[in-house]
Design a protein around this ligand. Structure first.
Ligand code: NAD
Length: 307
């Protein structure tokens, strides 16, 4: 098949592009390189630098494409609090531009990578796709708005759409910015350097951590599985892990005796998150296969920044 992946030079985009390419598909990648690195891509992926809001570029890249994966986005919850306009322009505007260009060119299927962040705090766990979303950040609102746009424009123009709500993905190559880094690579890096690990609030907040290879298997299945049109599907590990437990696992796999410091003045964000995977199992035959401990070990082995 012929694929276009937006955000292809990013953490999840490059893992997906490389896997599809290994399976023998033709893969084009688009990324503005605001955080992505094209060196993460294998040679066979045809990479173009550009903005996902550049429709003429999309028209060219979409020719003969069977399915688009839309991953290009700004991805930091905390940053989105400071720059909501930018998050709206890239995450919402980008999804709308892509759908318009797909309509113009006549591409028939898109897989949107959405986020578990759209659930926010809920009275019950695990989080099911039918629950009323409760987004608590401009990032979460932007992902939910993108879901609605993709679904609605897809419906109007007969484009098959599926949104995958990915929970806390981690693995080698995850972007590690200086401020507000994602917890897994931040904890691993601090642990191997015997630095201190700063934990927001009391560390009892939970997340559903899912290894990148499991996410990629769900994404690959979403391009061909039948009866998906309009579906919204969770992709996680189905397990709930507190930040305290995550730190303990990081210490176990690294053998580190770094210090954990709790900062009660910072917000923990959403208090609990665990994905219900019933729909993913039914629709995508998805079954996460990598435990947190194994995923942490693989991340250490495969990410040269963590040696
Ligand atoms: P990432 O930052 O590594 O990837 C995003 C990519 O998009 C980057 O390479 C960046 O350069 C590119 N990009 C940003 N703005 C762009 C623009 N205007 N035009 C073209 N490219 C642009 O982050 P990631 O973790 O790989 O996230 C990929 C997607 O998955 C995002 O849509 C994100 O919201 C979603 N997601 C990620 C997670 C996670 O835990 N990593 C969880 C849920 C959803």
């Amino acid at each position: 098949m012929n694929f276009l992946i937006t955000g292809a030079a990013g953490f999840l985009g490059s893992a997906l592009a490389n896997q599809l390419s290994r399976e023998g598909h033709q893969v084009r990648g688009l990324d503005d390189l605001s955080t992505g690195d094209p060196q993460a891509l294998v040679h066979d992926v045809h990479f173009t630098r550009g903005d996902v809001n550049d429709r003429p570029k999309l028209w060219t890249l979409l020719q003969e494409v069977d399915c688009v994966y839309h991953l290009a986005a700004r991805v930091s919850v905390q940053e989105s609090v400071l720059y909501p306009r930018e998050y709206n322009a890239v995450n919402v505007g980008g999804a709308v531009s892509l759908m318009e260009a797909m309509r113009d060119v006549g591409v028939r299927r898109v897989v949107l990578v959405s986020s578990g962040a759209i659930y926010g705090d809920q009275a019950e766990q695990p989080l099911r796709e039918c629950m009323q979303p409760n987004p608590r950040s401009p990032y979460a609102v932007s992902k939910l708005a993108a879901e609605y746009y993709v679904n609605t424009i897809g419906d109007l123009w007969n484009i098959e759409t599926v949104s995958l709500r990915v929970f806390n993905a981690y693995g080698p190559g995850q972007h590690l910015p200086a401020s507000h880094p994602p917890v897994v690579p931040y904890f691993l890096r601090q642990a191997i350097h015997h630095g201190s690990i700063v934990i927001h609030s009391d560390g009892n907040q939970t997340r559903d951590y899912v290894y990148v290879d499991d996410v990629v298997s769900a994404l690959v299945a979403a391009s061909t599985a039948p009866n998906l049109d309009g579906a919204v599907i969770n992709v996680g590990s189905g397990r709930e892990t507190s930040v305290r437990e995550l730190v303990k696992s990081v210490f176990d796999v690294t053998g580190s005796n770094a210090e954990a410091i709790y900062n009660p003045k910072t917000s923990a964000g959403v208090s609990r998150m665990r994905a219900d995977l019933t729909l993913a199992g039914q629709k995508l035959n998805y079954k996460p296969s990598i435990s947190l401990e194994d995923g942490l070990r693989l991340t250490l082995q495969r990410d040269p920044r963590l040696r």
